[in-house]
Ligand binder design. Structure first.
Ligand code: SF4
Length: 326
């Protein structure tokens, strides 16, 4: 994939979009800037408050130190992280499934990313991971996550899939990605062939698309997503509740309706993980509950995702919505 597909210099984006202010340098140094070039067409020119831009534009408020916000909010890598001996790049939080951080780059770099302070992406040794899983064969699902697995060089993806296909006890492979929505042209025929091979090896393939605002949906997303659907893969979405981006029930209702129109089931609405640099994106839980309550009045229940937060050490995501009293 040619690097020119992406913009990595915020000054270039500032010029394309006629933005009044430069990106904050300290924020850019802390988390590199990157968006697909095609995404610029879905951002309003001259508008620093554009909800798509806000997700990716390095902001001076990222330098604020806010109590309760830490570098490793999910306790994945710092001193508080569990110290079992796991292969590099592998996280094992929940029964029956493991997550592999495949690489360090995503389709776009979200300023609120809970892994924004993660040390450099570990070099993943798939042989070591496969050997570990052979010794721990209660794992039925492998989650390939971010950095974005669909940004992996094809040869590395082949290595990963080669080992996964041979793990007979693994029934499901889940891919967390932003590519099909933000940059659908990145889904090459070669990628589809590899996906089909995973299914051919008897594993179910699931995709979970991260998207937060209806304007993110590329006009050609329907083609890429439609092909994934036609191949029989399972498609879900996950969204982070973000101040200034999607903190209105009407915005979320439009998002989840359009997502469903593409054949994707809205799956999770995440409470923001309290990572240093992202405090200005936080919507308090009480307000989130109110927004989700309003959302329920706008949409049928199957279009309303589960509003959850992740708490380190808990055996699953924690639901945040209060049961309704009918
Ligand atoms: S796509 Fe996910 S892993 Fe990648 S930068 Fe965004 S939040 Fe982080």
């Amino acid at each position: 994939m040619p690097e020119t597909t992406f913009i990595t210099d915020p000054a270039e984006l500032q010029s394309i979009l006629a933005l009044p202010e430069s990106a904050d340098r300290r924020a850019t140094a802390a988390l590199t800037f990157r968006i697909p070039r095609s995404l610029t067409k879905r951002i309003k020119k001259g508008d620093p408050r554009d909800p798509v831009l806000l997700q990716f534009w390095p902001n001076a408020r990222e330098n604020d130190s806010v109590p309760g916000f830490t570098a490793d909010p999910l306790e994945e890598w710092s001193d508080t992280a569990p110290k079992e001996t796991l292969p590099a790049g592998l996280l094992w939080k929940y029964a029956g499934r493991v997550l592999v951080m495949t690489q360090g780059v995503c389709a776009a770099h979200c300023r609120f990313c809970f892994r924004r302070h993660f040390p450099a992406a570990p070099a993943v040794d798939w042989g070591e991971i496969a050997a570990f899983l052979d010794r721990n064969n209660s794992v039925e699902e492998i989650i390939l996550s971010g950095g974005d697995p669909l940004g992996m060089p094809p040869r590395e993806l082949d290595v990963a899939f080669h080992y996964i296909k041979d793990l007979s006890f693994v029934k499901r492979v889940r891919i967390h990605t932003r590519y099909p929505i933000l940059s659908p042209s990145s889904l090459t025929p070669g990628l589809f062939r590899r996906f089909e091979e995973i299914e051919g090896a008897g594993k179910k393939l699931l995709f979970v698309f991260h998207l937060n605002h209806p304007a993110e949906l590329a006009s050609d997303a329907a083609g890429a997503v439609g092909r994934l659907r036609a191949d029989g893969f399972f498609l879900f979405s996950q969204t982070v509740l973000l101040r200034g981006v999607n903190d209105r029930a009407e915005t979320l209702a439009e998002l989840f309706t359009r997502v469903f129109d593409l054949g994707i089931v809205p799956y999770y609405l995440h409470q923001l993980d309290r990572v240093t640099g992202a405090a200005h994106f936080e919507v308090p839980v009480d307000e989130g509950r109110r927004i989700v309550g309003e959302l329920r009045a706008l949409l049928p229940g199957y279009l309303v995702p589960r509003y959850v937060r992740e708490i380190p050490g808990f055996p699953s995501k924690t639901p945040l919505e209060l049961p309704s009293i009918d």
